[in-house]
Design a binder for this molecule. Structure first.
Ligand code: ZN
Length: 78
């Protein structure tokens, strides 16, 4: 048994649904952008104590070997 639905109520329901979808998408993209920015920002910089080479390694790490001489250096802190 179908009940007649008021057109205004139906349109209001559709508008509310569309607003929810848009707000949800915005939240999802905001979260995704924040995660990607963190991933790009979390590089570690090193300056070799033996040969003076400056280099960067992805992710946060405390030590990395120099690409030129192989010396193990600690992360630069700013
Ligand atoms: Zn080096």
């Amino acid at each position: 048994m179908l009940q007649p639905v008021d057109l205004d109520a139906f349109l209001a329901f559709l508008a509310g649904l569309a607003a929810l979808v848009i707000i949800g998408l915005q939240a999802w993209y905001d979260r995704r952008d924040a995660l990607l920015a963190d991933h790009r920002r979390l590089n570690s910089a090193f300056s070799c104590a033996r040969c003076g080479t400056t280099y960067v390694r992805p992710r946060r790490r405390e030590e990395a070997a120099c690409p030129r001489c192989g010396w193990n250096n600690v992360r630069l802190r700013f």
